[in-house]
Each structure stands twice: as C-alpha cells, then as structure tokens.
Write a protein that binds this ligand. Structure first.
Ligand code: SF4
Length: 358
C-alpha cells in the first residue's frame, strides 16, 4: 500500500537516473512556463514523438501568452489540427486571456493560482509550478500512478480520480525542495521508458529495481489495477466527399458537443447505399455525375465509436449545396491552409490530397 511505503527513498535514485538517462526533448530545454504549459497540454492523450513537431510549430506561430490570447479561433484550431481533443486548446486560450487580463500576460509563480486557470488540473499545475518555478508540487499522471502502484504494490483503481488525489496528497509532503521539477519528470520518464504501460517492464534498468515490491514478487499482471472501461456507443455514419471541378463541400460543426466548432465533410447518421447517397446529394440541388465507394473507417472517441462508410461524389456544379451559414464550398488549398478538419476524418482526407496537421 502506498500509505505504508516510504516514498522519500525513491527521490535520490530517480534524480540520478534522470540526469543520466533523460531523453532530449524540445520542451526540456526551457524553463519558460508558457512552453512547459503548451508541451504538457499537448502531451495529454498524444505520444511524445507526435508532439515534437506540433510543439515547435505552435510556438513559432504563437510564441507567448498574449499571442495565444489574441489568436483567431479558426487559426488556433488549424494549429491544433491532428492533435485531437480540441477543448484542450480552447481552454488554453481562455486561460491565456485570463492571464493577460489579470497577470499582465505572465504565468503566476504560484501553484494554487495556476490550478485555478481553465483547463489546468492538479497534474498540469504541478508540472508548470515545479519545472518552471521550482515549487515542490507533484505532477501525477498515468505513468506516475502506474509506477508508484507497482513500487508499493498498491491495488487502488488507477482509473479513479480519488486514487490520483491520494497519490498527489502523499507526494506533496515528500517533494524535494531542490529540483522538484526534475523529480516529477524523472517519475514520468521511468513510466515512459522503463516501467512500460503495455509491455513487460524493464526492471533491470530501472533505478527503483531494489525498492520495488512488484519486481520482488514478479506480480506485473496484478499492478496497477484498472477497473474495466464502460462499453462505447457505436454510431454508424456515412461520410460524403462532394466536389465539382474546383471546390469541395465542408461544414462547420455546432458550437457545442463532440468536435465543437471544427470543420467536417458532410456526413449522415447510418450507412447509406450508393443510391441513397446519390439521392441525398441530388435532393440538395447538385447533379451527381460520378460516385466512388471509399474504404470503411473507424474512429474511436472516449465514449463513442464512429463506424464510417464513405463515398466520393463528383457533381457538375456544387453551387447551392448545403445550409447557408454552415456549409462552405472551397478549393482544396484553402481548406488545407485555413480549416481544421479533425483526425476522425483522416481516412477520407487523403482522397482529396489533404495532408493532416501541416
Ligand atoms: S522495478 Fe520494474 S516494476 Fe518496479 S518500477 Fe521499476 S520497471 Fe516498474
């Protein structure tokens, strides 16, 4: 149990190992709280390798808190295109606006004040406070939960918020006053490259190999404990790439809900046949001259799974298609440069030569 384990013993070996083994990552070269914030938000739900390119591009375009606060929404979403979970960047912008209003565009060097910003939870607040300002606050993410539950043979359910809170509360009093940011990063790094999430842990190269109960017992299957996930709702959809010689139809999604405010190809609930798809387009006005069936695709959100069927439909003239105000008829280049199409549609963007996240 974590409550009975002396967590202080983990600090020195973790710090020494981190100095010698840490990966060279762009966000590790800075103590700028804005850069650290951007990287931590991007790294939630996205792999390190994928984040690298996005991180540099985002900071080149929006180098500080005020530029983020002022950025126009479609441009902001375009910069985030491909990272998914767009509410992350919307909340960052809300927080940036608040920082401009209340803190002259600077991140406060105070854990509680950082924690009160939109979109910032205990993990991100701890990461920013400890790495940028050397404040001894823990940053407990999935990696940290996994490795600490393994070390201490704790069978708390790591899917539950209360486990994260327990671990955060236990770490607070033992955080080192020197290099708290390195200790947090060391734990994340051990989780990322030693105590692997989906493969056998590399215990022989782990700095905690002599301190770890799970290694001693060989009980890797048992720790950490995760309760089973609820089943996802399946939603069948038909995606339509409708185009004439020059333009492609895209639509803006509603302001609220899934993929709010992003752009999509017209799509309908259910799996339409070729004939039904052609009839649907014809009812909207344009005259279809060609239809091609595209491969089926799947996209998994946290609670819903889209099972998609797609058609590419060429029409003689797109004018008049769709609802005024939400449908746009645009050349490929403009979509590529200005409009964020979420990766849920990635399987279909390639049929019109749209590259994602560029
Ligand atoms: S010794 Fe093995 S199980 Fe224990 S924390 Fe290290 S890698 Fe994980």
């Amino acid at each position: 149990m974590l409550e009975d384990y002396d967590l202080k013993n983990l600090i020195s070996p973790a710090l020494a190992w981190f100095e010698a083994n840490k990966r060279d990552l762009p966000w590790r070269k800075t103590k700028d709280p804005y850069g650290i914030w951007v990287s931590e938000i991007m790294l939630q739900q996205t792999r390190v390798e994928a984040v690298k390119g996005y991180y540099e591009r985002f900071l080149d375009s929006l180098p500080d808190i005020s530029s983020l606060a002022q950025c126009e929404e479609d441009r902001l979403l375009k910069l985030w295109e491909g990272l998914g979970y767009y509410n992350r960047v919307r909340n960052m912008q809300k927080a940036a606006r608040l920082l401009v209003e209340k803190y002259e565009g600077r991140m406060p060097a105070d854990y509680s004040e950082v924690l009160h910003l939109p979109g910032i939870g205990a993990y991100t607040a701890g990461a920013i406070a400890s790495i940028a300002f050397d404040i001894p606050a823990p940053a407990v993410d999935g990696n940290v939960l996994r490795i600490l539950c393994r070390v201490a043979e704790d069978d708390s359910d790591i899917r539950q918020e209360k486990t994260k809170k327990k671990v955060t509360d236990l770490l607070f009093p033992i955080m080192p006053s020197e290099k708290p940011g390195s200790f947090n990063q060391a734990m994340m790094e051990i989780g990322a490259i030693r105590c692997l999430p989906n493969a056998a842990p590399l215990c022989e190269k782990c700095p905690w190999k002599d301190l770890c109960g799970t290694r001693r017992q060989g009980a890797f299957e048992r720790y950490p404990y995760r309760s089973p996930l609820k089943e996802r709702r399946i939603e069948k959809r038909t995606v339509l790439l409708i185009m004439d010689g020059e333009r492609i139809a895209i639509e803006k999604r509603p302001k609220e809900g899934l993929l709010a405010g992003l752009y999509q190809f017209p799509n309908l609930l259910g799996h339409l046949t070729r004939r039904e798809a052609v009839d649907y387009v014809r009812q909207q006005g344009p005259d279809p001259v060609y239809i091609e069936t595209l491969p089926a695709a799947k996209h998994v959100f946290s609670h819903i799974e889209w099972q998609m069927r797609g058609y590419l439909i060429r029409v003689s003239d797109l004018s008049g298609f769709g609802e005024e105000g939400s449908t746009l008829l645009l050349e490929r280049d403009r979509i590529q440069k200005e409009y964020a199409i979420p990766s849920a549609f990635a399987a279909y963007t390639r049929y019109i030569n749209l590259e994602k996240g560029k």
